[in-house]
Design a protein. Structure first.
Length: 422
């Protein structure tokens, strides 16, 4: 038996019968496999850049988390599926041992996908045995760990999709990751007007409370709940759409250094950015069409003028805001605005870059034990995104949820909501 990597923490004390959590565990784990199912074994093995991971690695890593955080510490006599996997599938937990270098995850042709599926089944069975058999005292330790593990698994469900989308975007064939569904023809069939007026809503000003509240699950970075002072501001009622972003491009947005932060302009210059990464210019040889198109999980589609712009970096979001004579909201303005009547597209389309650095809240205390590495050690050099995206699992996000990426990241479902001083 190993010591528990997590001491009991009331932030992840989500009470409920064991059967409820057991059922939830089954559903979340099955959903991970369902997301992966349309992709071939070859698709699931590749890694297109150091920031991304192969889908197969994500499938294994979710199991690794349950194995080292829950089973190894709390299931007497637990036999690891393969102890070498502790090394292969540890992500960044220094306290849990050495690990395979992240940029080299795509070299792991072995274990095979079938072996990773067997690993998942082994862990699933052990977790269900633990839930059914542990005594009430152990359950009080196990329940919050399992809960954390499920939220962790859901985070990787989204990363599986963003990472495979990036990998497929690197393929000159621009293959579709998923078969087209009825709703996926929305762009082609849209007959709505190509623009919708943007309305500016007054955000709550003065002293407001932010951070996680209530008895539900929250990550440590959402706490403690605390007061912030907001100057009067207005916030856009919807996201910036592709038609608007195209105007920015056509107005020379990527050629005008006065719109860009210094680091952002350097990124434009160094990388040759001139449009969002998955946009396909009308004269692009990969899929010539005479009009703008966008690559996504359903393959190449006509640019939908009313769809939110996505996969833009913080630098692009900030430059667009400058061009639009606006700014990005702070994370606290964004959170307070969740309660404003008439605000839309907060969680279901794209994560929204904020002008807030990813910092600890006053009085921040990481989860105890090894999972104290979950969030706190990344609180430097990154920007907070709020909301949620079309790739975020249902029920995973909430108003206090803090996503975070470096300012140059442009492979997530990340977009733009504008704000202005009142
Ligand atoms: Fe992870």
């Amino acid at each position: 038996m190993f010591p528990s990597p997590l001491t009991a923490d009331r932030r992840i004390q989500v009470n409920g019968p064991r059967e409820v959590l057991a059922q939830r565990f089954s559903e979340v784990r099955a959903h991970t496999l369902a997301l992966a199912a349309p992709f071939s074994a070859e698709d699931q093995c590749i890694q297109s850049m150091p920031d991304t991971s192969p889908m197969k690695w994500h499938l294994a890593h979710g199991s690794w988390f349950f194995e080292v955080v829950v089973l190894r510490a709390h299931l007497p006599g637990y036999q690891a599926f393969d102890e070498r996997f502790f090394y292969l599938f540890n992500s960044y937990y220094e306290a849990l041992g050495p690990r395979h270098p992240r940029p080299l995850r795509g070299l792991l042709t072995r274990p095979t996908l079938a072996q990773v599926h067997a690993y998942r089944a082994h862990v699933d069975a052990a977790v269900q045995n633990l839930v059914a058999a542990c005594d009430d005292s152990a359950w009080r330790e196990v329940m919050p760990l399992l809960t954390l593990g499920l939220h962790h698994e859901q985070q990787h469900q989204e990363l599986m999709l963003t990472d495979i989308l990036h990998a497929l975007s690197c393929n000159p064939l621009l293959p579709a990751g998923r078969p087209a569904s009825g709703s996926s023809h929305r762009a082609a069939l849209r007959v709505a007007p190509a623009s919708v007026p943007l309305r500016w809503l007054a955000g709550p000003a003065g002293t407001v409370l932010v951070g996680h509240d209530g008895d539900g699950f929250a990550f440590d970075n959402e706490t403690p709940r605390h007061e912030v002072l907001l100057a009067p501001y207005r916030i856009a009622d919807r996201l910036v759409n592709c038609a608007e972003y195209l105007q920015f491009i056509e107005d020379g947005g990527y050629r005008r250094p006065e719109l860009w932060l210094s680091d952002g302009w350097a990124a434009v210059q160094a990388n040759g950015w001139d449009h969002p990464p998955y946009w396909i210019a009308p004269d692009d040889d990969r899929a010539p069409a005479g009009h703008w198109q966008v690559f996504g999980l359903h393959g190449v589609r006509a640019l939908d003028p009313l769809a939110p712009v996505s996969q833009v970096s913080f630098y692009e979001a900030a430059a667009y805001a400058e061009w639009a004579q606006a700014r990005l909201p702070t994370e606290f303005e964004w959170e307070a605005a969740c309660a404003v009547p008439g605000i839309t597209e907060m969680t279901e389309q794209v994560w929204q870059w904020t002008r807030s650095s990813y910092d600890p809240y006053p009085g921040f205390r990481p989860f105890g034990g090894a999972v104290g590495e979950y969030n706190g050690k990344f609180m430097v050099g990154q920007l907070v995104l709020r909301g949620g995206s079309s790739a975020t699992p249902a029920g995973h996000t909430r108003p206090s949820y803090r996503n975070f990426f470096p300012p140059g990241a442009r492979w997530q479902f990340s977009g733009i909501r504008l704000a202005r001083d009142a």
